[in-house]
Design a protein around this ligand. Structure first.
Ligand code: 2KA
Ligand code: SF4
Ligand code: MG
Length: 237
């Protein structure tokens, strides 16, 4: 976990430019800031979010931790914001660095940069607290059968107030059970969410499973979009 006395400093894993490979905004050209660390230990996590002394921004080395202003300068030195759709805040779980983000995100907003957040969905209050500074929020609905730990029971209901900024994404695998996915779909429908993005874990694919999920989704009034992890399919960052 992060050290004490560094609340207003950010710990970064890497910064790079690429094209969004998941969910509703596939193909959007983004500057990705991968924040270090995550406390959730999901089963089969495929992301290296380990903390190190230095990090690379498109091949240029910088040292951790950084102040909000310093991180903005790093972005400015390396990128022309006008050439990108948005900045993607990802991790790890970036919301564990909420104090840093509450200073950093307003700087992006003041400079007219659109902000996209990728979050596990485990930290509901933090999403709401930062939502004024977020333009697009990709929220995972973690299934117990896939990640070993279920999404918070208040997630979908509490985020209803910011539904226009959010899209939900569920990662499925061969062990999902029908009731668990039905529960999610009912809760989405109850809270005025009418679209769900679906991807398989670790490039697994099963058309029968996807059809079944789509059948249930549409029967509850939810449009189900299957979007594989495009960046992994084509081998870009
Ligand atoms: N291209 C690309 N798209 C992504 N969408 C979510 C990513 C992530 O690791 O958070 C990711 C990523 O690492 N690369
Ligand atoms: S929340 Fe995301 S980054 Fe953290 S352990 Fe789970 S899958 Fe990995
Ligand atoms: Mg990832």
């Amino acid at each position: 976990m992060l050290q004490q006395n560094t609340l207003n400093k950010g710990f970064i894993k890497e910064i790079f430019k690429s094209y969004q490979g998941e969910g509703k905004f596939v193909g959007a050209r983004q500057i990705f800031i991968r924040f270090a660390d995550c406390p959730f230990s999901c089963e089969g996590c495929d992301t290296d979010f380990s903390l190190s002394e230095n990090f690379l921004c498109d091949g240029v080395e910088y040292s951790n931790p950084v102040l909000p202003d310093e991180l903005f300068q790093i972005l400015r030195e390396n990128y022309n914001f006008k050439l990108f759709h948005s900045v993607s805040i990802t991790g790890g779980e970036p919301l564990i660095q909420k104090d840093f983000l509450s200073e950093f995100l307003p700087i992006l907003k003041d400079n007219g940069v659109k902000v996209f957040l990728e979050t596990s969905g485990y930290l509901v209050d933090e999403i709401i607290e930062l939502s004024d500074y977020l333009d697009i929020i990709s929220v995972d609905i973690k299934l117990k059968s896939v990640f070993g730990k279920k999404y918070p029971s208040n997630l979908i209901k509490d985020l209803k107030v910011i539904n226009e900024k959010i899209y939900y994404k569920v990662v499925i695998g061969k062990n999902i059970d029908e009731n668990e996915i039905k529960t999610v779909l009912i809760e989405l429908a109850k809270n005025d969410v009418d679209v769900l993005y679906v991807q398989f874990k670790n490039n697994y694919f099963n058309l029968g499973l996807l059809d079944k999920l789509s059948d249930i989704g549409y029967s509850y009034g939810i449009e189900v979009f299957f979007v594989p992890q495009v960046h992994k399919l084509i081998g870009i960052l």
